[in-house]
Design a protein around this ligand. Structure first.
Ligand SMILES: [Mn+2]
Length: 356
């Protein structure tokens, strides 16, 4: 595996490439053209500029998170052809810049969903948290307003204000889309892009839905072992792969994370590894990466990745806000750096232990 860090670009991120370069063992970044709307074409020279900036710091781009998928593709609207063609051209432009890993998601309307962006933990750190009770009381159209106050002045991925202004319209677009229809639209999209992925050896890595169940009555399909295996089989191509995100699949306690990893051997192209602490099955908060701080056995998760021969990029995921840092919730420097060091330590120990 290669240890990486997510980086939003110098215009948007409070963390610098120079800081990332000093985290032991981190050699790459997972980045994006953050200003691009879903469906917009990424020009070759814009990508080149990003590559040059990252490489000037001594790091390299290990993959893109995300190239977002337009709602017309997810809903199967006739204008999807325009957006699929743009997506294909974007993939070609990325490959021409030697970028061959693309993370994306297929979540309707809302990207990841949390109900608190700064829940205080006993040690004084603050974390993102979720309770089903709070979601059940929320009007989805007010979802954005209800969390907008806590973003520390940053724009969070999937929660761009322009997008949230259209939330009513977005809900209407998905009125006739159920889980089956969403699977069908995902299949159509993948079948259209796979020839390009084959030609340029590009790995597509779908991110799970977060939380891994339906919210506000919207369809959600990338939630569990059964569904992700269905997706792998329906477009059975090694370039049709997965971002294994322990924190997202892990929101559903029925998901056996090490077992899911083992069942996806050869198809995990990218991994997000983080821990959650459950206070009840419907109330969880994002803990430190260390196993003992949360509910997951991080050793078993890393061991499963090791055992299947995972060799793609991995990144610590959301971190706690600690040591007085002000940053995008979940994306400060300090706790993610601690996470990277810890995950690197587990990996080294698993590797050396397995040779005894
Ligand atoms: Mn993730």
């Amino acid at each position: 595996m290669e240890m990486t860090m997510r980086w939003y670009g110098s215009k948007y991120d409070t963390v610098t490439l120079q800081q990332i370069r000093q985290i032991p063992g981190v050699t790459g970044v997972i980045t994006t053209l953050y200003g691009k709307a879903a469906g917009e074409l990424w020009e070759e020279d814009e990508i080149r500029e990003l590559v040059n900036e990252v490489e000037a710091s001594g790091l390299h781009i290990s993959g893109i998170e995300s190239v977002n998928v337009h709602d017309a593709i997810k809903t199967g609207a006739p204008e999807r052809e325009v957006y699929i063609n743009n997506y294909i051209k974007t993939l070609e432009n990325l490959a021409r810049n030697n970028i061959r890993l693309v993370c994306y998601n297929f979540m309707p309307v809302f990207d990841w969903t949390r109900t608190e962006l700064a829940r205080k933990r006993p040690d004084g750190s603050t974390v993102l948290a979720y309770t089903q009770e709070a979601v059940d009381k929320l009007d989805p159209e007010k979802m954005f307003e209800s969390i907008a106050g806590d973003t520390n002045g940053t724009v969070m991925p999937g929660w761009e204000p322009e997008r949230m202004e259209r939330v009513k319209e977005l809900f209407a677009m998905y009125r006739d889309v159920d889980n089956e229809k969403l699977f069908e639209n995902l299949k159509y999209f993948l079948e259209r892009i796979m020839p390009t992925c084959d030609k340029y050896d590009i790995n597509m890595a779908i991110h799970p839905d977060d939380p891994a169940w339906s919210v506000f009555g919207l369809p959600r399909i990338i939630t569990c072992k059964e569904n992700i295996l269905r997706m792998m089989h329906m477009v059975d191509n090694p370039h049709n792969g997965v971002t294994f995100c322990s924190g997202s699949y892990g929101t559903n306690l029925k998901n056996d994370l090490p077992d899911m990893i083992r069942s996806l051997k050869g198809r995990i192209h990218f991994a997000h590894v983080r821990n959650l602490k459950f206070n009840s099955p419907t109330d969880f908060e994002e803990a430190a990466h260390l196993s003992s701080d949360g509910s997951f056995d991080m050793y078993e998760i890393m061991k499963a990745l090791y055992d299947i021969g995972f060799d793609g990029p991995i990144r610590p995921d959301h971190g706690r806000m600690i040591w007085g840092e002000t940053a995008m919730p979940g994306y400060g420097l300090y706790d993610r750096a601690l996470g990277a060091a810890y995950l690197n330590g587990l990996w080294e120990a698993i590797g050396k232990g397995s040779r005894l």
